[in-house]
Design a protein around this ligand. Structure first.
Ligand code: PHE
Length: 450
């Protein structure tokens, strides 16, 4: 029934693709704005801690299960379950995962569309086309709809190419571009007046804030969102890795790239905010709250770029181009989740699957756009803050308790025959069994009482 499965051709190809999935709006938009509104360095510390101690082990659970099953999350969780009840629960987890992945894409495509619009607005500014510029940069249904659709078409176009020709090829092209433009921007912004103020906020922690429950739960959500966990994305990418690859190593490389880019983006966004402040742009309310947390980069940054003349137009173009690329390498990994499922479980052709599912998700985006104030924040919170960590919890339970330990070890041995002697094997199995689930639940419990 299943069509021939794709596979990444090389280790680099996989790392680019998985890092491409992980590095996205979550890193360059989500992480720095949350850090800015949650006490800078305090958030950074909690985020780093959670990313290494919780998100990396959960990522490994998905990669190992995926590679073992060489299948989508629904079939994979079924495969490793010993009885009917657990097979059913596994299938449900996989299905909820792909619904959540699709919902994430439905809001992600809207935000990514804004990025493309702001990127193009650099041209309308240069050409002095005021009307078009206003249309591109102001919140409006026709702009939102057009660019969401454009972004969805790009995503669909790449995913129709399959694993090697689509995901791997484009990630290998786009990721280096992203890194280079990010580094150039950071260097440039750090030379501007006011940047050092932002740097201080980013690097000097306020420990009282670092321990507040609200901060911890948003850092947990940010870490899970940033590593694309819980929804089966990493599981499906894991299923396309060759058997010879040493999974703990490739997993840690992906985690390192993801975290470094988030941290690097913080070096851009926080200093940029204070440069804006220095240039007379309001960024705080009189009460000291950051203005428009979520839309920060669409309000503060363009105003900042506008105060910088021609250089600002170029910087603005590079910044929003970067955001669009980062979004695209992530959105393809979201769409691959439901697409792989219907191809493998229902024998549908890739092209047909991609267009039908992409179309349905675009329809959901339209519904969100039509009820923006009621739905947007709700979908973001439901998917990223609650569903992702809870689904990640389920993957840990499957890897730690339900899957037979010998099979798990056998899977890891394929890429590293001596894995039993490594630190990874000494720590990870009980860690993913006990520590990860307990901490995820504890953070949730605390947030409910809080
Ligand atoms: N990790 C992506 C980001 O940081 C978002 C994502 C979530 C991608 C879930 C795939 C699945 O933007």
């Amino acid at each position: 029934m299943a069509a021939a499965r794709g596979e990444f051709s090389s280790r680099l190809g996989f790392i680019m693709a998985a890092a491409g999935s992980a590095v996205g709006l979550g890193n360059i938009w989500g992480f720095p704005t949350q850090a800015a509104s949650n006490g800078g360095a305090a958030f950074l510390l909690v985020y780093l801690f959670l990313a290494f101690t919780l998100a990396y082990p959960a990522l490994m659970a998905e990669l190992i299960i995926g590679r073992h099953a060489h299948a989508n999350a629904v079939s994979a969780l079924r495969l490793i379950s010993p009885n009917r009840l657990l097979r059913g629960l596994g299938a449900c987890t996989g299905i909820v995962g792909f619904i959540v992945a699709s919902l994430i894409l439905s809001f992600y495509a809207i935000v990514a569309g804004w990025m493309i619009a702001f990127c193009l607005s650099a041209f309308s500014t240069l050409l002095g086309l005021g009307n078009i510029n206003a249309w591109l940069t102001e919140f409006g249904f026709s702009r939102n709809l057009s660019f969401m659709l454009l972004f969805m078409c790009l995503t669909i176009g790449i995913i129709s190419g399959g694993v090697r020709e689509g995901i791997e090829r484009w990630s290998e092209r786009l990721m280096p571009m992203l890194l280079v433009s990010l580094v150039l921007l950071v260097i440039y912004v750090l030379t501007l007046d006011g940047a050092m103020e932002g740097l201080k906020i980013y690097l000097l922690p306020d420990f009282e804030r670092a321990l507040s429950p609200k901060l911890i739960i948003s850092a947990l959500g940010a870490a899970f969102f940033s590593l694309s966990l819980g929804v089966g994305t990493m599981l499906i990418y894991g299923s396309y890795i060759k058997d010879e690859e040493n999974l703990p190593v490739v997993g840690s490389l992906v985690t390192l790239v993801d975290i470094s880019i988030a941290v690097l983006a913080g070096f851009l966004v926080l200093p940029a905010m204070y440069v804006a402040l220095h240039n007379g742009v309001e960024i705080f309310t009189p009460a000291g709250q950051l203005i428009s947390e979520d839309t920060l980069i669409f309000t503060v940054l363009p105003e900042l770029f506008a105060t910088m003349g021609l250089a600002g137009t170029v910087v603005s173009f590079v910044f929003f181009f970067l955001m669009s690329i980062a979004a695209l390498t992530s959105s393809i990994s979201m769409l691959e989740v439901p697409v792989a499922y219907v191809i493998e479980e229902h024998g549908v052709q890739r092209k047909a699957a991609v267009w039908v599912i992409g179309g349905l998700i675009a329809l959901v985006s339209v519904v969100i756009l039509l009820n923006f104030s009621a739905l947007f924040g709700l979908v973001v919170a439901f998917t990223t803050r609650y569903s992702q960590p809870l689904l990640g919890f389920m993957f840990c339970i499957y890897a730690g308790w339900i899957w037979h330990r010998d099979q798990l070890l056998g899977e890891l041995r394929k890429g590293n025959p001596d894995v039993e002697d490594t630190l990874f094997w000494k720590i990870w199995p009980w860690y993913v069994r006990v520590i990860c689930p307990v901490i995820i639940l504890a953070i949730f419990a605390q947030s409910l009482w809080g």
